[in-house]
Design a protein around this ligand. Structure first.
Ligand code: RM4
Ligand code: MN
Ligand code: MN
Length: 430
């Protein structure tokens, strides 16, 4: 039995106030697009098929390593996080899955957790392991690294934790294990750069061997932080080499904030896809490093160019193109629900814009080396305001036309502030 957090009346009332304007805008955009031979309804139907998972850890205020400023009513456990994710899904209709992180989201009964999520209209996405922090009572510290540690018992503990995550994921209905390790060094000479990768590959192969047939292992690279001189899986090159060595079920995951500054991320996407190794995404935005800012808030054009490659990849699937899309953000100064609503909308809008690119014209111009016309094919799609398409897809699916207005009307956070316990201070997610 489903018991959704917001009442259907609340969404219907909010939509009643916005429906007439949306119908007008949708019709006007439809007329404009039809002049270019595009059916707005077909684009809207493809947009309706798009979804992106939300991270359980993004439901709380993230903070930085300096401080975390909690807000009243923020969730403090997986059950409350699921409730908040259900609010995001109810309003946006584009975030039907939650990506859990262990041991943060540990419970005693995962079958019950799966049912609880289903009753809130949610499923589970990739399971994330955590060998970048020590947990109370843990036998071996990760202060020497995890899968690449020089200490065998530590490596074994990290392997076992990942296998435990797979076991949990099976019960939750997940099909992907995302592995990001904090392993690396702060000093030249601290570790042998070749041997540490050998140890990582050896341990990762033990995790890989425990994957069920229909599972994938998503390797997430990150250039720096918490290690600041070298990291063991530092970039997409290390990631694809490791994935190729591990086998066909190993793929690469691109977190938009995990690259060297100014790297051409859309080209990385195209490269990984070319070799059948693009497994997933962590969407966020970044100005300096792994800033985990809201998707599309800093560089929306880059997000569009990434989606342009993803739409190309959809048209040219290699090795079962099916990337796991997920938001991975740290919400330091906003209500996390509002950030994820706004981010899910920004991400979906970039997908819609990428669908509007006249690919025949683009490819012809590329072939003819007509640079300006090729660029204009992208520019034309990027400058179209696709918000009526995305809002209409939401409305059709029972979501809110104006997600933020409906959320504010619901008074969700204030209501939860009366019931949920206060979150402690401290550093947050980095
Ligand atoms: C890392 C990375 C991982 C996430 C953690 C919380 O920087 O992005 O995906 O699991 O943060
Ligand atoms: Mn990430
Ligand atoms: Mn990150």
């Amino acid at each position: 039995m489903q018991s959704l957090p917001l009442s259907a009346d609340l969404i219907a009332d909010a939509n009643a106030r916005a429906a007439e304007a949306l119908a007008e805008d949708y019709e006007a955009l439809g007329r404009k697009l039809s002049r270019s031979g595009i059916s707005i309804d077909i684009i809207k139907d493809r947009v309706a098929g798009f979804s992106v998972a939300v991270p359980s850890w993004g439901a709380g205020r993230g903070g930085t390593r300096f401080a975390k400023f909690p807000i009243a009513g923020e969730p403090t456990n997986i059950h409350e996080k699921l409730e908040d994710c259900a609010v995001i899904q109810q309003l946006s209709r584009v975030t039907p899955r939650v990506s859990p992180h262990f041991p943060w989201d540990k419970v005693s009964d995962y079958a019950a957790l799966r049912e609880e999520a289903a009753s809130l209209g949610l499923g589970f996405d990739a399971v994330n392991s955590n060998t970048f922090q020590d947990q109370p009572g843990q036998a071996h510290s990760y202060n020497t690294g995890s899968l690449s540690s020089t200490i065998e018992a530590t490596r074994l503990q990290a392997v076992e934790h990942n296998i435990e995550c797979i076991e949990i994921g099976k019960q939750l209905g997940s099909r992907d294990l995302t592995v990001w390790v904090g392993d690396g060094t702060n000093f030249p000479g601290q570790q042998d750069l070749g041997r540490s990768l050998d140890r990582y590959l050896d341990a990762a192969a033990q995790v890989y061997a425990a994957l069920p047939d229909d599972w994938r292992m998503l390797l997430e690279h990150k250039m720096f932080e918490p290690a600041f001189y070298s990291t063991v899986i530092s970039d997409w090159g290390s990631s694809i080499l490791a994935a190729q060595e591990l086998g066909p079920k190993a793929k690469c995951l691109v977190d938009l904030g995990h690259h060297a500054p100014n790297v051409n991320i859309e080209q990385i996407v195209a490269r990984l896809h070319r070799f059948g190794k693009l497994g997933g995404f962590h969407f966020n935005d970044s100005k300096y490093g792994d800033d985990d800012l809201d998707s599309g808030s800093i560089n929306p054009h880059q997000l569009f160019l990434v989606f342009n490659e993803l739409v190309e990849a959809e048209l040219n699937p290699r090795d079962g193109f099916d990337p796991a899309y997920m938001i991975d953000q740290s919400h330091n100064v906003t209500d996390p629900i509002e950030s994820m609503l706004s981010s899910a909308e920004a991400i979906t809008q970039c997908y819609a814009k990428a669908l509007l690119v006249d690919r025949a014209a683009l490819h012809a111009a590329q072939q003819a080396n007509d640079t300006m016309i090729a660029f204009q094919a992208l520019r034309r799609a990027y400058t179209i305001d696709v918000s009526p398409i995305v809002a209409k897809a939401r409305e059709d699916a029972g979501g809110a036309i104006d997600v933020l207005a409906a959320y504010r009307t619901s008074q969700w956070r204030n209501r939860k502030a009366q019931k949920r316990k206060t979150v402690g201070l401290g550093a947050g997610i980095v």
